[in-house]
Design a protein around this ligand. Structure first.
Ligand code: NG1
Ligand code: ZN
Length: 551
């Protein structure tokens, strides 16, 4: 077939280094950019097949997120903006690892297994981050799509969540929004306006209720507008996009962008991963005591907040604190509207023990723990009316079931609902719209957090004080073969090698309020060790001792 001749011809321009093996893991394919040209071309081929199979638009994002500039990676996005299924992840691994002469055999095998109708049209959206290698690598993806006569749309420089959003908008015929970057800003920002204006209404209402004077009402309005925030853009795509968005929110939110890529290197001593792992501010950021700051990662799907206090002490508000703020806000609104919707928070084993205790014991919210990796959290969150999911590293979002969305929308239109209830329902409705439900999104999460803090009249210090994190430490250990470690119970216990879990248990017993676990990383060739305890010294010592037990 002519189609396959084109594949043969173009694939010879993107040859596979013989013997190289890559694995489609939690972050798609990720490696040094030098090894990825063939993987990109073949991911373009697979995206085209997936599009034919689903009769929908598929996304391909070229990024290695928080990895160093020299690395790159690629991830497929399914029609509703989700990750692809486990089967197709398997196909991706098979196709990318097929030696050059076997490529057509493996390709035809997938077509046959999935009964792909090759005469079906295919559409693929492609996006890339700011890495210098992303230019040629995204071209390789486009070549792959072309080789199977698929249509492609190159969005160029976009954040990962923006591309997820485009794919979802396209496949829902605009129901989710308009599939353009401008449409994305309009959707997210308009909601910030209305959330803030509703907040003004709430302030007016509250002030009226307590018989405050008009002047104090004015003060209440102006005390939080415009909001001020310093953002570390990790010298990546997020910084570019914040500059693009600035004009949309000028009078509501003033953003000072640091590490905007004009001087520094991508993710180098900056970005959400650096701040979370090092538990210190990024370089290149000017911070005044008490000032609210946040960091994005290299593809802007993660966010963490922080501030320094008057003594210069650094305070991190990570994904757990974000999940707590958002779920508390949503639960309060649900109580106000009187809707009986089941809300849950989904975390991983990396969630700080204090956050889990606070959510379960004080907030009385259901908490679920899943394996690391967004797809696991996303899946678990789908089981509830409202599922708030966040990894401690700041990747997360909120999912609303169709039933929840319908009930909330009905309330906003119900003529028998009193004003206060209607306002709360309207806030819930606006919250649904500001959230990127396809995937964690630093820009969307930031706009929501800023709105919540404004509505609640809360400072970053008050947010931080909701609960106190247990001191913790994460370490990486290099071992000969990390796959010898197998885990169970959402990665909280090791089942192999024999004796490892018993060793960890006896080390944990030595410390107060201690917990520790180990797991092989899905994105790096290391074993990750996590420990938390009553004091930082204990957490550090426990992490160190457990890492020795891993060898
Ligand atoms: P691994 O390398 O499997 O620990 C890391 C993060 C995940 C997730 C993926 C994908 C930690 C401890 N792990 O996975 O949460 O974000 O990268 O980027 O933060
Ligand atoms: Zn990322």
């Amino acid at each position: 077939m002519a189609q396959f001749q084109e594949v043969s011809k173009l694939s010879s321009q993107h040859p596979k280094p013989p013997g190289l093996v890559l694995q489609y893991g939690t972050a798609g394919f990720r490696s040094n950019a030098k090894h990825l040209d063939h993987a990109m071309f073949r991911t373009g081929l697979l995206a085209t097949l997936r599009s034919k199979k689903t009769k929908a638009t598929i996304g391909v994002m070229v990024t290695a997120s928080h990895n160093p500039e020299e690395d790159n990676g690629v991830k497929l996005i399914d029609p509703m903006g989700n990750m692809v299924t486990a089967e197709w992840e398997g196909y991706a691994t098979q196709l990318v690892n097929a030696e050059q002469d076997d490529l057509l055999i493996v390709l035809k095998d997938i077509i046959e297994k999935e009964t792909v109708n090759m005469s079906q049209e295919a559409n693929v959206f492609v996006g890339k981050d700011t890495r210098s290698s992303s230019v040629s690598l995204s071209q390789a993806v486009l070549d792959g799509v072309l080789a199977l006569s698929g249509h492609s749309k190159d969005y160029g420089l976009v954040t990962t969540p923006q591309l997820h959003y485009m794919v979802c908008c396209q496949n829902t015929q605009g129901k989710y929004g308009e599939p353009t970057v401008e449409g994305y800003y309009r959707k997210l920002c308009q909601l910030l306006y209305s959330i803030v204006s509703l907040c003004v209404c709430v302030s007016l209402f509250v002030c009226f209720f307590f018989f405050f004077f008009f002047s104090s009402v004015q003060h209440a309005i102006h005390s939080f507008l415009p909001l001020h925030l310093s953002v570390d853009g990790a010298n990546g795509i997020g910084a570019l996009k914040l500059h693009e968005m600035e004009s949309h929110v000028k009078s509501e939110l003033q953003i000072s962008v640091f590490n905007d890529g004009s001087k520094g290197k991508l993710n180098y001593e900056c970005g959400a991963d650096f701040v979370k792992m090092q538990q210190k501010p990024p370089t290149g950021m000017e911070m005044s005591p008490g000032e609210r700051c946040c960091s994005y990662d290299g593809d802007a799907d993660r966010i963490v907040y922080y501030y320094t206090d008057s003594e210069g002490q650094f305070h991190l508000l990570d994904g757990d604190k974000i999940a707590t703020l958002i779920s508390t806000f949503l639960k309060e609104l649900l109580t106000q509207v009187g809707l009986d919707l089941k809300i849950a928070v989904v975390q991983t084993a990396y969630a700080n023990g204090s956050s889990t205790r606070y959510l379960e014991d004080t907030m009385k919210v259901i908490v679920r723990c899943t394996k690391t990796g967004v797809k696991h959290l996303h899946h678990a969150a789908q089981e509830f009316d409202i599922g708030v999911y966040f990894e401690a590293n700041g990747h997360g979002t909120v999912l609303f079931s169709e039933v929840a969305e319908e009930k909330i929308q009905l309330l906003t239109q119900d003529p028998n609902t009193n004003d206060e209830r209607k306002r709360a329902a309207q806030l819930l409705q606006n919250t649904i719209n500001v959230i990127n439900q396809t995937v964690g999104d630093a820009i969307s999460d930031m706009l929501l957090i800023e709105a919540i803090l404004a509505i609640k009249g809360m400072t970053v210090q008050q947010w931080d004080a909701i609960y106190t994190d247990l001191p913790n430490r994460q370490l990486k250990v290099k071992v000969a073969d990390r796959r010898v470690i197998d885990t169970t119970d959402a990665e909280r216990r090791a089942v192999s090698p024999a004796g490892l879990q018993e060793a960890i248990d006896s080390l944990v017993k030595k410390y107060k309020l201690a917990r520790s676990f180990v797991r092989p990383s899905g994105t790096e060739d290391v074993v990750r060790v996590y420990a938390e305890a009553e004091t930082q010294e204990s957490a550090d010592a426990l992490a160190h001792e457990v890492s020795l037990a891993v060898y």
